[in-house]
Design a protein around this ligand. Structure first.
Ligand SMILES: *[C@@H]1O[C@H](CO)[C@@H](O)[C@H](O)[C@H]1NC(C)=O
Ligand SMILES: *[C@@H]1O[C@H](CO)[C@@H](O)[C@H](O)[C@H]1NC(C)=O
Ligand SMILES: *[C@@H]1O[C@H](CO)[C@@H](O)[C@H](O)[C@H]1NC(C)=O
Length: 332
């Protein structure tokens, strides 16, 4: 019984979603853009815009690494659709992260710029001391993650954290149109695109580091989702729905699909509702290739002592656990 329930819960959305995506592609056509990241035989990375003017001089790939397609149908439906695909499982895992981020950042750079303008911009104006405390914390935190990655090179969890850090760095480089620009950690943690990744954590960090009250309200409210789970009559189906209600400033929405080719990773493909430049969903609504539907609503942490640098911000924790999770087998 439970097993059937689980299957009907999990299979249905996975079937429906690709169909919906395709319909949107054809119906609206919208404003489409595609970028490709490739490697030369010497291992040098480069990128170009598919089907159109090239901003790098290249128009074909030696070795395919990653591709992103954006259909901007925000004006028609309220949603843009972003599909990111890694070419092969022979590509090292951290590079899958970097390339996925790069093509996403390049493809959606105009939407990312608008989203930054709507949300993260001016976050520190009049709050310089608070932002310094925050930056020191974030720097210690990223250094902690890098140490753990180095110390646990074989550990699949830390490998995935590395994929996710590389993906974030890739988004910035793609946004800037500069392959391998190697920003320092000091620069990474104060980048507005990092603030976008932290949308799920900042609520708690603002309390820990005493954000001044008078600031312009940003995109983060206290809680922003509602979820419903319901068993239909005679236990034939388990239905679920999720809605996000939050500030008007976060109105630019993207439905994303990431298709990684990571090893030992049941959830290597997943679709989720998200925002321009954001690796995590933030709404937290995911459907994964491990046949899981994952969603949540907010629990804020108002205890100032709780947040530690020896942890991972929500984007990494959520992304990594979603990739690694398998459905529970109720019959055993
Ligand atoms: C969406 O509408 C706005 C306002 O009219 C316009 O500036 C923008 O170019 C449109 N975007 C696309 C992708 O059509
Ligand atoms: C982590 O990513 C870096 C590139 O940013 C790479 O050089 C390193 O080998 C990766 N480490 C692991 C354990 O995958
Ligand atoms: C549920 O089961 C009852 C009793 O077997 C039946 O009368 C009813 O039609 C069923 N409802 C649905 C929606 O299948």
């Amino acid at each position: 019984m439970f097993r059937q329930l689980l299957l009907s819960l999990l299979l249905l959305p996975l079937v429906v979603l690709p169909v919906t995506l395709n319909e949107h592609y054809h119906e609206h056509g919208g404003h489409q853009r595609e970028y490709v990241m490739c490697q030369t035989s010497d291992g040098e990375l480069y990128f170009y815009k598919n089907k159109g003017d090239s901003d790098s001089g290249y128009t074909t790939c030696d070795v395919d690494i990653a591709k992103a397609q954006l259909v901007n149908s925000i004006n028609e439906t309220g949603w843009g659709l972003l599909d990111v695909e890694i070419a092969s499982d022979k590509i090292s895992e951290w590079l899958q992260g970097y390339a996925a981020g790069f093509v996403e950042g390049r493809t959606s750079r105009d939407l990312i710029a608008l989203h930054i303008h709507n949300t993260a911009e001016e976050y520190c104006v009049g709050a310089e001391e608070y932002c310094t405390r925050l930056a020191i914390f974030l720097l210690k935190n990223i250094q902690y993650m890098r140490e753990q990655i180095e110390m646990n090179r074989k550990d699949i969890y830390w490998k995935h954290v590395n994929v996710s850090i590389n993906q974030f760095v890739g988004i910035i480089d793609g946004y800037d149109g500069k392959v391998n620009q190697r920003l320092s950690d000091n620069n990474l943690v104060v980048h507005p695109i990092y603030l976008i990744q932290l949308a799920g954590d900042i609520e708690d960090l603002e309390i820990k580091f005493d954000k001044p009250n008078h600031l312009r309200r940003t995109w983060i409210g206290s809680g922003h989702c509602t979820a419903l789970v319901k068993i239909s009559e005679n236990n034939t189906n388990l239905l679920f729905s999720h809605s996000t209600w939050t500030s008007y400033s976060s109105m630019l929405r993207l439905q994303k699909r990431y298709r990684f080719k990571l090893h030992h990773t049941p959830g290597r493909t997943y679709t989720f509702s998200s925002y321009p430049g954001s690796i995590p969903s933030v709404d937290d609504f995911f459907l994964t290739s491990s046949k899981l539907a994952i969603f949540e609503t907010t629990i804020s942490n108002y205890r100032r002592t709780k947040a530690s640098t020896r942890t991972h911000p929500c984007p990494r924790a959520a992304t990594v656990s979603n990739q690694l999770q398998r459905p529970i087998n109720f019959s055993s």
